[in-house]
Design a protein around this ligand. Structure first.
Ligand SMILES: [Zn+2]
Length: 121
């Protein structure tokens, strides 16, 4: 019994890429990310992400696990992932002619690829 009560392994908590890719998920558009006093983010840039999934209280929800989106940083500046399911998320956006934008946007699942080297372990 002791073994079964251990903390879930990372693989057990990770979002299921195939399941998320099977969902009809739109791509993010400038109107999905209203920024007050800042020029809209370019449509071409936003295509890499899904629209923010906000609840009535304005909290972001994760596409991978449905939970409120809390993130941990990665080693890459501005890049993070959902603490619940590791779904990749970018927080810092550097767009020419604009100040650094801080908006949590999750990558579109159709563009995600499984890391085959890790998956074989
Ligand atoms: Zn998640």
């Amino acid at each position: 019994m002791g073994r079964e009560s251990r903390r879930p392994r990372r693989e057990d908590r990770a979002f299921n890429l195939e399941e998320v890719q099977a969902l009809p998920v739109p791509r993010c558009r400038p109107e999905d990310v209203p920024l007050i006093g800042i020029a809209p983010m370019p449509a071409e840039y936003l295509q890499a992400f899904v629209p923010p999934r906000l609840d009535a209280d304005g909290r972001s929800h994760c596409l991978g696990c449905g939970g409120i989106l809390y993130v941990n940083w990665t080693m890459v500046h501005g890049e993070a992932y959902c603490v619940g399911c590791f779904f990749p998320t970018r927080l810092f956006h550097y767009i020419e002619g604009q100040p650094r934008l801080v908006v949590a946007l999750q990558y579109h699942p159709d563009d995600l690829r499984r890391n085959e080297r890790k998956a074989r372990r």
